[in-house]
Design a protein around this ligand. Structure first.
Ligand code: FE2
Ligand code: FE2
Length: 242
């Protein structure tokens, strides 16, 4: 198994493992993001089976024991399967997540108690500023949330914009069409009445980089891409409800 390392924004590293057996023939990537700062933060843990490869990738950037914060979009194996492996490998690390994730799952699942965050809390990790945003049920999971790194305008948007295939670490091409194709293949999103509104709120942050969990990251007008994605989901929900 091979995990590649790319710096997608200043001090933000993407670890990416392409798994050909998931969504063949294109395959599917599983990506984690390391935000470097005095207190480095990892967004997404990967599945337990990926831990040897992803931790070796991190070791190319910094010693794994330096990791201070662990977070992820929601409670699924690709987001947090290896959470306790990371907690064991980095004795000073803590999980941080929204209230719902902590109360419903992580206070029990995590080997050390997590730090609960309120919607819009900002955590200064020394050189980078991490804003936590609650996105309940978007794209799925009651406890769902995303992180926005303010100094680089990077939205770590989790499963939003998921698309199949390997290839480039980052693209400036349209990512909406591949994301729509993946949504219509997997039907992974909850399509709640709040979905469009929640994604428009992310757009209003004005991100210029989108760290996508499955697929290439995006550089460009992230706000426009998110507004378009929100409109697509609202239209899809209305179409399916009709
Ligand atoms: Fe997910
Ligand atoms: Fe995911």
């Amino acid at each position: 198994m091979d995990t590649r390392v790319d710096e997608i924004a200043d001090g933000i590293y993407r670890f990416s493992t392409h798994i050909a057996e998931v969504a063949p023939p294109a395959g599917f990537t599983f990506n984690q993001f390391l935000v470097m700062g005095d207190e480095p933060l990892l967004f997404h843990c990967g599945m337990r089976g990926l831990f040897p490869s992803v931790s070796a990738a991190m070791a190319k950037v910094m010693p794994v024991e330096r990791l201070r914060w662990i977070s992820f979009g929601h409670v699924e194996a690709d987001e947090c399967g290896a959470m306790n492996h990371w907690l064991a490998a980095a004795p000073g690390a803590e999980v941080m997540h929204g209230m719902t994730a902590c109360l419903v799952s992580l206070n029990d699942l995590a080997d050390r108690l997590p730090r609960p965050l309120q919607d819009n809390d900002v955590v200064d990790i020394g050189g980078k500023r991490i804003r936590y945003i609650d996105t309940p049920h978007v794209p799925h999971g009651w406890e769902a949330g995303v992180l926005y790194e303010e100094t680089t305008k990077t939205l770590l948007c989790g499963d939003l914009f998921s698309h199949v295939g390997g290839g480039k670490a980052a693209t400036e091409s349209d990512i909406l069409e591949p994301a729509i194709a993946a949504e219509e293949m997997f039907e992974a999103s909850s399509l709640t009445p709040a979905m469009g509104r929640t994604i428009h709120r992310l757009a209003n942050l004005g991100p210029t980089t989108l760290g996508v969990m499955h697929g290439a990251s995006y550089r460009g007008d992230g706000a426009a891409a998110l507004h378009s994605l929100a409109d697509y989901y609202d239209a899809r929900r209305n179409r399916l409800a009709a």
